[in-house]
Design a protein around this ligand. Sequence first.
Ligand code: MRU
Length: 351
Amino acid sequence: MPVQTLKWQDDALVLLDQTSLPEYVTYEACRDVESVAKAIEVLMVRGAPAIGLAAAYGVLIGARAAVNDSRDIFYTCVHRAIERLRQTRPTAVNLFWALDHMKNVLEGCADLEDNEFICDRLLEEANRLFAEDQEICRRMGTNGAALLPANGQIITHCNAGGLATADYGTALGVVYAAHEQGKKIAVFADETRPLLQGSRLTAWELQQSGVPVKVICDNMAATVLRKEAIACCIVGADRIAANGDVANKIGTYGLALMAEAHSVPFYVVAPVSTLDVSLDSGDEIPIEERSGDEIRNGMGKWTAPTDIDVYNPAFDVTPHHLVSAIISEQGIAHPPFESTLRTWALEASKT
Ligand code: MRU
């Protein structure tokens, strides 16, 4: 990746401010829990794995703020930080997965005397999750690249790249891995209304990395599928239910329907931490609704009457029957997905 999405530096969580891209490359240092929570809520840091990692460092920040307090106050403060971070965004399960990891470390330290030592353990855990995500991106990339032709075009939606992870991404990780292998892959990036993660982020990072990319408005995807030779559509995920239903950025479901209508494979790339096998189907996945102003006044201009009612779900659920394969660090799952997804989740829970 040409730039790093997040890093722990000088006792702060330093975030690349994704709300300013592609116009400005600026960084924001978060030094208290509220700044981390706000950064997640406003999408300064976004994308399922990156949200989880930011939250993990947010817990550490909460712990360090109370390091000189009594054990009771220290624990109360860390639990309060975890609860605040849990409230930020409901759909990406990686957030809750990462917070649970941090909470487990905290609980495991209950017998230790020194708060400083517990903070060290929390830092180690956040760094471990970060390093693990980097490695997982590489493994998903290699697994998925095998599905891409030596020469071809793909469509992606939203941003599932380096900006959404600790390394080079999930869906875009597959593209980067194929690119590194010498495959000639060109990308059509859906602009991804209303917050334009496709045109602002995906197009930007692919351009930085020298991967050919064309931005299309979301309503052009059907025409592209009809007129261009598209090898496959590749997207990331925020949460995948046990049956293979996939929650991802709003518009993913529409793209999957269009892909099916044109007999184009539809691939989902996500780490096992994005699986939520406690949910039987995607109907149970909580879908975040965001402010109507993102639609009425998204990029600083009124594009609808100021007081008009809007509906603004941030995610949708693509039913599993529209998904051709799910690629994780563990391999490739083909339909029917359930037994493979449950096996992957079980294996991961043992480590
Ligand atoms: O609202 P966002 O920008 O956080 O939504 C992100 C997505 O929907 C991504 O596709 C998903 O998190 C996968 S990121 C590897």
